[in-house]
Ligand binder design. Structure first.
Ligand code: AMP
Length: 127
């Protein structure tokens, strides 16, 4: 089981993308973050935004990142959504933290989903 509260795993897939060891379909990049298309899209538009520094999850990022990083990161999420053209049609952002959320990759990321109607947010007990 992943440990989402302790040690950053430098071999996680997003760390490898950031080091350029595996490719990604880049959408946006700035000093603090990178955005790329999700490899298994769950909507017509499904982009992931990740900080460049090593944060395991939302909990790690929100407790350890500097105000500048947090500010820049969430401004970038909005900017990416505008760049994707979903700011008028609507979109959803999701950040999974830990086991109950089924977080798979232990590097903090925000999903931007849009391009089609997304339905209701959650089904209780959904998989
Ligand atoms: P989460 O469950 O929130 O950790 O989401 C991880 C996301 O990373 C999933 O939506 C995967 O499809 C996506 N993913 C995994 N590997 C890659 C990759 N190499 N490039 C792009 N997206 C990926």
């Amino acid at each position: 089981m992943q440990d989402f509260n302790n040690t950053y795993d430098k071999e996680n897939i997003f760390a490898k993308i950031l080091r350029g060891e595996i490719p990604c379909s880049k959408v946006y990049e700035n000093e603090f973050c990178l955005a790329f298309n999700d490899i298994n899209p769950q909507a017509d538009i499904h982009v992931l935004v990740i900080p460049k520094k090593e944060y395991i999850s939302m909990d790690d990022f929100s407790s350890k990142a500097s105000s500048e990083e947090i500010n820049s990161f969430f401004r970038a999420v909005g900017e990416v959504a505008r760049k994707l053209g979903v700011d008028n049609s609507g979109y959803r952002i999701i950040a999974n933290h830990g086991a109950d959320s089924h977080q798979e990759v232990p590097h903090f990321h925000v999903h931007i989903l849009g391009g089609n109607s997304l339905g209701t947010l959650l089904v209780k007990g959904g998989k």
